[in-house]
Design a protein around this ligand. Structure first.
Ligand code: GTP
Length: 359
């Protein structure tokens, strides 16, 4: 049996996205332009391709912007509903909070910040065939010591949720996408913060519920940090990460309508140049994301960096692994390296040099 069984989708988009500050001061993480369109557009394209129509967004931080942008979802072939938490309820609390809007017997829940190529129909198929209460997408990763791990037995049944350890016994980690039987969601406590990963799943296992693994090794990236954000965007632009929502053709770079790029500027590494952004003569942009209206002056070098809306980089400046908040301005000849984050509207004068610092 596969996806002919009706299924609802829930997308969790209420997090504050602290690791992506200052970009998330003005927009919630799932709305940040990723390969030229809000990250959520890519996820919606996957959901739609799996034949799922009804999608409920669990929102909290900056709740209003989602509906303002996506409306009722008709343009995407979806039926979107929005549920706002008065206080953030964490992942499990957010899932429980949308329970009244669910219609189908099975519900696929997504973290709103994962880029993945896993086959949703295959995950649903494993869920139906195994008769599980919850089927978790478990991703095989090269370095599982960075995550908690989730071993399964020979039938695919989850055995444990293990804390991070330097020597994990399996390379399977929780990938942030779960199929629930709807009644299981009803059993999550209401009206308080609940972590689905730390509380709900271990408690279900303890009670003898059937938790199953859908183990997969296709593209997967949690875009929660600036480094992952630029990589994810570049992978979408270059066609390494799957999407049908790319506003253009996959290639070494993506230049949105209304951007202006000097003929002798160099764009590479899956960079995106936003609407009305400007790249000056001889500038080099590699593996970076320029939001709408950002400007890079002549001869500047921008690598693996994100430039917020209207941010400016002066002539000959060098930025490597940097986040510039909206409207921030870096003077000519500045050098910023190694994870420096510049807060919105900050002005760094010409020639100032900073390494790895917050300003
Ligand atoms: P950081 O603050 O950088 O850790 O990011 P985050 O707040 O997004 O948290 P995390 O990456 O752990 O969240 C995983 C997913 O759950 C993201 O899609 C979040 O938007 C979502 N999420 C986290 N907390 C809440 C919450 O309280 N309510 C809702 N509705 N979603 C949440």
């Amino acid at each position: 049996m596969t996806s002919e069984v009706e299924v609802d989708a829930v997308v969790l988009v209420g997090g504050r996205g602290a690791r992506l500050r200052p970009l998330t001061l003005s927009a919630p993480k799932p709305m940040l332009p990723t390969a030229g369109t809000p990250y959520l557009s890519h996820l919606f394209s996957r959901i739609s391709e799996a034949g799922i129509k009804h999608v409920v967004l669990g929102t909290s931080y900056r709740a209003e912007v989602f509906e303002e942008y996506f409306g009722d979802g008709k343009a995407l072939g979806l039926e979107l509903e929005y549920v706002v938490e008065d206080e953030p309820l964490d992942t499990g609390g957010a899932i429980r909070n949308v329970y009244d809007r669910l219609r189908a017997e099975h519900v696929i829940v997504f973290n709103g910040d994962i880029i993945s190529g896993a086959d949703l129909s295959a995950q649903l198929g494993v869920h139906y065939d195994s008769g599980a209460d919850v089927t978790l997408h478990l991703q095989r990763v090269p370095d599982p010591s960075r995550f908690g791990s989730v071993p399964t037995d020979e039938t695919g049944r989850v055995q444990a949720f293990l804390e991070k350890t330097p020597y994990p016994t399996t390379d399977q980690v929780n990938a942030g996408c779960y199929v629930f039987r709807r009644q299981v969601i009803e059993s999550i406590p209401t009206g308080r913060r609940v972590s689905v990963e730390r509380e709900t799943f271990p408690a279900l296992l303890e009670k003898g519920a059937h938790l199953h693994g859908f183990v997969d090794a296709s593209y997967w990236l949690d875009v929660g940090t600036p480094e992952a954000f630029v990589r994810g965007s570049a992978d979408l632009v270059r066609g390494i990460a799957p999407t049908s929502a790319l506003p253009g053709r996959a290639g070494e770079f993506l230049v949105l309508d209304g951007a202006s790029v000097a003929e002798d500027a160099e764009l590479s590494g899956g960079s995106t140049i936003g609407v009305a952004a400007v790249v000056g003569s001889g500038a080099k942009i590699d593996g970076s994301v320029l939001f709408d209206g950002a400007a890079v002056s002549e001869g500047a070098i921008v690598e693996n960096s994100v430039l917020g809306h209207g941010a400016r980089v002066g002539a000959g400046a060098v930025l490597r692994g940097v986040v510039l908040g909206d409207g921030a301005s870096v003077g000519a000849g500045c050098e910023l390296l190694d994870g420096a984050r510049i807060w919105p509207d900050t002005v760094l004068p010409d020639g100032s040099v900073r390494f790895s610092s917050d300003a």
